[in-house]
Design a protein around this ligand. Structure first.
Ligand code: GCB
Length: 598
């Protein structure tokens, strides 16, 4: 058989992935992007599904010779130009019904031109997110791989040509036991290049990270600035905040600049989400951002925003859409914030993975506080060091991405994990890592009730600032009396947020309030939960499960048909169920929701 290279070898090689599993595209390659000009690579790409990983086995990225007539000399099984045209960003599951359940590798290719503009300039590709394992090839060469399905990453484009470059990106969404999350989740495993793809140009020495916040300590009279340069240089960066009359040099030593600057900004808070235009320059590099200054702290069993107690009136949300999968459209974003406002929330839990970065930017402008999370979900492989470094990398990339968002007040290091020794060591390390990267936010995790003792009890709690608690009294625990008992049995030493409660309801299905999946039953669960939660001084917030019904292959009874139906609104994102009104009434009545501000 006439085939290029070592065809027979390639079909016998089951170790074909080894050269490409480099995971070198991680948080160390982060580039601060605020205010930078980018060239978008969104738009039309070519796509082929590759269920058997032939592309890796057979090196599809390698340039192959064409004959004079333009046809290949060998029987290629792949041609980058002949894939199906698709729009990036997007999830492949919604391209065509035949791809809906596809789990495997999808190859995306496109051509682009990229003239160099100045000597010494460095050019990076930024991928907003791709689920889950991504390998990047340029002009036939392999640039590297990234794991993690919801955070941005960068690849330096070396070997670029001014005209006609070919980018080939393989994205694999197979669920495996060592990934974060692992095989089993309660949401749909969307696949593809589903966030923006772009190119940025930076000078030889550039700003990798730029962090600006109110200086911790509660004095409200100083800002803390920190910057990290791409090289271990010495010099000075210049921070400028025109509305505060600040133009200050930040001494940089070995590539790191840190300074506390006296300032009295108007504080950012939900009622007045004041943002300041800021910029940082170093040599020929300049970045910008829009930053709010606020303080978030825990004292005893209270959460204090800018020194005052706050009750977090929240709602949980997934990133899921029947037409667009995980890709967030502007329309979806607008609708989500409109519904949140109607509910009267001041807080949102972005479950269970980092959501599109536009959400936090919008929340900054609208004064909505956020809980952001990484998908350390259920029974991930806590004993596996590879799984740990993946989780830590996702956490780091998230913090690097959203470190300047005033709206984000809480990092969550996981959801509903069993209290084992391995899990304790894994997640307490993550909590430490989050604090090391960011001293200006609270750390939490959504914990489980200890069902044996029916009380709030989890060894991880000692490592958290706020205990998140998922309790499904009224649903998985049918007897409402259990809620009273749970409350009586618990005496947490720090604030608790009820990070989930809820009940399934099929929109339009009505009946007695003791019949599961009726809107009436869901409404009753909300009524009972609210009644109890509002009485407890240590419960400082709640994010019921969930705003919209969402795609979920685990849910297949006749009321569900592939959707988790615990939404307050159906999957059409319009049809409200009865419980929506119940929660909105509670949130809009300060006397009832036991705290008036925020
Ligand atoms: C949970 C999980 C969430 C599920 C939800 C449910 O506790 O954290 O991901 O979707 O319960 O509906 O069962």
């Amino acid at each position: 058989m006439r085939q290029e290279g070592n065809f027979t070898e390639s079909i016998h090689n089951e170790d074909y992935m080894r050269p490409y599993d480099t995971r070198n595209l991680d948080n160390r390659g982060f580039v601060f992007t605020g205010g930078r000009k980018t060239e978008s690579l969104n738009g039309e790409w070519h796509f082929v599904p590759d269920l058997y990983d032939v592309g890796f086995r057979d090196s599809w990225h390698r340039k192959r010779t064409l004959k004079d007539d333009g046809f290949p000399a060998e029987p290629w099984d792949y041609h980058p130009e002949e894939g199906r045209p698709v729009t990036v960003p997007g999830c492949w599951n919604v391209i065509d019904p035949v791809f809906f359940h596809f789990e495997g590798t999808g190859w995306y290719s496109r051509r682009f031109s990229c003239p160099k503009q100045s000597e010494g300039e460095r050019i990076f590709l930024r991928i907003g997110a791709a689920n889950y394992d991504t390998k990047v090839y340029l002009n036939g060469g392999f640039l590297g791989s990234h794991v993690g399905g919801s955070t941005p990453f960068f690849a330096e484009l070396t070997g670029l040509r001014d005209e006609e470059n070919e980018l080939l990106i393989a994205v694999n969404n197979v669920r495996t036991g060592d990934r974060v999350p692992m095989r089993n989740t309660d949401w749909f495993n969307w696949g593809g290049l589903y966030r923006d793809v772009s190119i940025l140009r930076v000078p030889a020495v550039f700003i990798r990270d730029f962090r600006l916040s109110l200086a911790p300590g509660g004095g409200y009279d100083a800002l803390a600035v920190r910057c990290v340069l791409s090289e271990p240089v010495n010099g000075a960066a210049v921070l400028s905040i025109p509305d505060l009359d600040i133009k200050t040099e930040i001494p940089v030593k070995d590539g790191l600049g840190e300074l506390i600057i006296p300032a009295q900004p108007t504080l950012w808070e939900p009622e007045n989400p004041r943002l300041y235009e800021v910029s940082l320059t170093y040599g020929g590099d300049r970045v910008e951002d829009l930053v709010g200054f606020r303080d978030i702290r825990v004292e005893g069993r209270q959460i204090l925003l800018n020194g005052r107690e706050i009750f977090l009136r929240g709602i949980s949300v997934h990133e899921d859409d029947a037409r667009n999968g995980k890709m967030l459209t502007e329309e979806d974003l607008d609708r989500r914030f409109r519904h949140a406002r109607e509910l009267g929330v001041n807080f949102m839990r972005l479950a269970h993975y980092p959501h599109d970065e536009r959400v936090a930017r919008r929340a900054d402008r609208e004064g909505i506080l956020l809980w952001e999370e990484i998908p350390v979900y259920w029974a991930i492989d806590f004993a596996n060091p590879v799984t740990y470094s993946d989780a830590e990398n996702q956490l780091t990339e998230l913090i690097l991405r959203d470190g300047n968002r005033a709206s984000v007040i809480i990092w969550s290091v996981g959801n509903e994990n069993q209290d084992t020794d391995e899990r304790l060591s894994f997640m307490s390390r993550l909590a430490d890592r989050a604090r090391e990267l960011d001293g200006t936010r609270l750390i939490t995790a959504a914990c489980l009730v200890n069902h044996e003792k029916n009380r709030i009890e989890d060894r991880l709690a000692a490592c958290l600032d706020v205990i998140g608690l998922n309790e499904y009294v009224g649903w998985y625990v049918p007897d409402f009396a259990e809620l009273e008992a749970l409350v009586r049995n618990s005496n947490p030493d720090r604030p608790v947020i009820i990070s989930e409660f809820g009940a399934g309801a099929e929109a339009g299905f009505h009946g007695e309030d003791n019949r599961m999946f009726t809107e009436e039953y869901q409404d009753l669960v909300y009524a009972r939960q609210i009644e109890t939660i509002a009485r407890l001084e240590y419960i400082r917030g709640m994010t019921p499960w969930i705003l919209y019904d969402f795609t979920c292959p685990r849910r297949q009874n006749r009321h569900q048909r592939g959707y988790n139906r615990k939404g307050l609104i159906a999957e059409d994102k319009e049809t409200k169920k009865l419980a929506f009104k119940r929660l909105a009434e509670f949130y809009h009545t300060p006397a009832k929701n036991n705290l008036s501000r925020g």
